[in-house]
Design a protein around this ligand. Structure first.
Ligand SMILES: NC(=O)c1ccc[n+]([C@@H]2O[C@H](COP(=O)([O-])OP(=O)(O)OC[C@H]3O[C@@H](n4cnc5c(N)ncnc54)[C@H](OP(=O)(O)O)[C@@H]3O)[C@@H](O)[C@H]2O)c1
Length: 202
C-alpha cells in the first residue's frame, strides 16, 4: 500500500490510479469513506449531450433508468442543467439532494432556495457535500462543463449510447481510454431509436 500520491508507480498517467483516488478521497471532508462517484448520461455517436440548454432525447425507459439509479443519492449538477430541470419538471429532482454548482453561490442561493437543493461555489465543495450526505454513491448529473471537470473523480459511468448524431452544442468529454471495464450492456430500441445501456468502470 502506498503512503502518498507521489509514490504511486502508475501516476505518470493523466488520471489518478484507483489507489491514488482512494487516498485523495480520504483527504477530502471530515468523515471520508470510499464513496463511489458515478455519472448517468445519455450521449450520441459523437458524444452529443445537449442543445440550447435542453436534452436531445426523451426516451421514457431511459428517464426511468436515470431515476432508478440516482434516486436516494445526491446529484451534483451545473447551474445550467439545474435550471433546465426546473424548466422540464417545475421542481428539483425529487427524492434526491440536488447539489447545484455555480460561481455565484450567494445570488443563486437567493434565487434557487428550494427544499432539497444545496447551492455550492465549486465542484470540490459539491463532492465534499455529496460524500458527507451519502456514504455509498454520489452522482454527477451534468452538464458538459461539470462532466468534464468531474471526470477525473468519476469511478463509474452509466452510459446510454444512442445510435444518433443530432446537432448539439454541448458534448460529453472523451472517456473511452480511461473507462475500459464493461460491467453491463443491454441493447434497446424505442420509436425506431436504437440505444445501448453500457456501464463502464476504470
Ligand atoms: N444527455 C444527458 O444525459 C445530459 C445530462 C445533463 C445535462 N445535459 C445537457 O447539458 C447541457 C448543459 O451543459 P452546460 O455545460 O452548458 O452547463 P452545466 O455544466 O450544466 O452548467 C454550467 C454552469 O455550472 C457552473 N460551473 C461550471 N464549472 C464551475 C466551477 N468550476 N465552479 C463553480 N461553478 C461552475 C457555472 O454556473 P454559473 O454560470 O451560475 O456560475 C456554469 O455556467 C444542457 O443542454 C443539458 O440538457 C445532458
Amino acid at each position: 500500500m502506498m503512503e502518498d500520491m507521489s509514490r504511486c508507480s502508475q501516476h505518470r498517467k493523466r488520471q489518478p490510479c484507483p489507489e491514488c483516488r482512494k487516498l485523495r478521497n480520504q483527504k477530502i471532508g471530515p468523515d471520508r469513506k470510499d464513496v463511489t462517484v458515478a455519472a448517468v448520461v445519455a450521449i450520441g455517436k459523437n458524444r452529443e449531450l445537449g442543445k440550447g440548454g435542453k436534452l436531445l432525447w426523451h426516451i421514457p425507459d431511459d428517464l426511468k433508468r436515470f431515476k432508478a439509479i440516482t434516486k436516494g443519492h445526491p446529484v451534483i449538477m451545473g447551474r445550467k442543467t439545474f435550471e433546465s430541470i426546473l424548466g422540464y419538471l417545475g421542481k428539483p429532482l425529487p427524492e434526491r439532494t440536488n447539489i447545484v454548482v455555480t460561481r455565484e453561490p450567494s445570488t443563486a442561493r437567493r434565487r434557487l432556495a428550494v427544499p432539497g437543493v444545496v447551492v455550492v461555489g465549486s465542484l470540490e465543495e459539491a463532492l465534499e457535500k455529496g460524500r458527507a450526505l451519502d456514504a455509498e454513491e454520489v452522482h454527477i448529473g451534468g452538464g458538459a462543463q461539470i462532466y468534464e471537470q468531474a471526470l477525473p473523480h468519476i469511478d463509474k459511468l452509466y452510459l446510454t449510447l444512442v445510435d444518433d448524431a443530432p446537432e448539439a452544442d454541448t458534448f460529453f468529454p472523451p472517456y473511452e481510454k480511461e473507462f475500459t471495464k464493461k460491467v453491463f450492456e443491454e441493447e434497446r430500441e424505442w420509436n425506431g431509436i436504437k440505444y445501448r445501456w453500457v456501464d463502464l468502470e476504470r
